[in-house]
Design a protein around this ligand. Structure first.
Ligand code: IPM
Ligand code: MG
Length: 371
């Protein structure tokens, strides 16, 4: 198969982790006989520096004409004082909108080898396997009007949380469909005791659930969900929630399973899927070569699964990540005292070695190879 991708390394640790993810993808493509066409483009701070636009036209064009996009991270302290539309984050938000990527899937899985990396007791975190389904194009992130206005000293800031029924229904369908491939449970998270948006959310999600009698729906307020996530993470299967709540709860889920550095994401629903690790640009460790590339590598697995239906290839990467963790390989975010921390490229190489060891290349039957 021809995999035509746009690669957006971005800022901070983005380029470091993306390099490793691309090396893993190249190794995998070699094993399974796929052909890669990669176009590297700027986004975020890197694009602001090069061309004064966090999402330059040629970057957007490349993304729209490829089959999927792999992104590292955007943002950094150098751009904190920039006006809103010229911040690195604005480039990412515009890209999500232009791609129509309304469904953000963020799995948080506790790898057995990492149970002792969690700040929670191993018996609490053991078996955690959550899929956060975050609405990505609505709510406070995109609601109009938005502004900061008024004379210095007495300015007012305004953001708008807005959701329409079709927007809620389409993300609910995604969550219910995904729950059918998992443990058949959806927990919808809102703040319906306070917010109109959440009351509508709850109503539409409940109505949508009638099409899925085999999926058990429950509702929870976001404050209570935050607590339950640390008390009983294993109770959660699919978490369905709006944009801002999903942003917050997904970082929390990363902390629970041992490191945000492990979390991958897929943003789908539009014409072209966007795949990115959840961790962000991590300016404090950027350029040191110590970032964890596993979130980016696992994002490649999601890319293969959701944009190309290459389930076997996706599972192969996920198994290789499990293998390197079982072998005791750790980046700095995962290493406990006394353990050697691998550098970013070393972790990438371990995953590639595990891919090769898995013998999948030989496992592809000859007749399938030539088909
Ligand atoms: C994320 C990030 C982004 C978001 C930022 C960088 C705009 O935190 O993907 O979770 O808030 O969506
Ligand atoms: Mg976030």
């Amino acid at each position: 198969m021809l995999l035509n991708l746009t690669i957006l390394p971005g800022d901070g640790i983005g380029p470091e982790v993306t390099d490793q993810a691309v090396l893993v993808l190249e190794a995998l493509a070699e094993i399974f006989g796929h052909q890669l066409q990669l176009h590297r483009k700027n986004i975020g701070g890197a694009a602001l520096t090069a061309s004064n636009d966090p999402l330059p036209a040629d970057t957007l064009q490349a993304c729209l004409s490829s089959s999927a996009v792999l992104l590292g991270a955007v943002g950094g302290p150098a751009f904190d004082h920039f006006p809103n539309h010229l911040r690195p984050e604005a480039g990412l938000l515009r890209l999500r909108r232009e791609l129509g990527a309304y469904a953000n899937l963020r799995p948080a899985v506790c790898f057995p080898a990492l149970e002792d990396c969690s700040p929670l007791r191993a018996d609490v975190v053991h078996g955690t396997d959550i899929l956060i389904v975050r609405e990505l194009l609505g709510g406070l992130y995109f609601g109009q009007p938005r502004s900061i206005e008024g004379p210095a000293g007495s300015r007012n800031a305004l953001n708008t949380m807005r959701y329409g029924e079709p927007e809620i229904a389409r993300i609910a369908h995604i969550a219910f469909d995904l729950a059918r491939k998992r443990r058949h449970k959806v927990r919808s998270v809102d703040k319906a005791n306070v917010l109109e948006c959440s009351r509508l959310w709850r109503e539409v999600v409940t109505r949508t659930s009638q099409n899925y009698p085999d999926v058990k729906l429950s509702h929870m307020y976001v404050d209570s969900a935050a607590m339950s996530l640390v008390q009983r993470p294993r109770d959660f299967d699919v978490v369905l929630t709006e944009n801002m709540f999903g942003d917050i709860l997904s970082d929390q889920a990363g902390g629970i399973v041992g490191s945000l550095g492990l979390l991958a994401s897929a943003s789908i629903g539009g014409s072209v899927g966007l795949y990115e690790p959840v961790h962000g640009s991590a300016p404090d460790i950027a350029g040191k070569g110590i970032a964890n590339p596993l979130g980016a590598i696992l994002s490649v697995a999601m890319l293969l699964r959701y944009s190309f239906q290459l389930e076997r290839e996706a599972a192969c990467i996920e198994n290789a990540v499990g293998t390197v963790l079982n072998r005791g390989h750790r980046t700095a975010d995962l290493a406990s005292s006394g353990q050697t921390a691998l550098a970013t490229p070393e972790m990438g190489h371990s995953v590639i070695a595990a891919l090769a060891d898995s013998g999948v290349g030989q496992a592809v039957p000859e007749k399938e190879k030539s088909a």
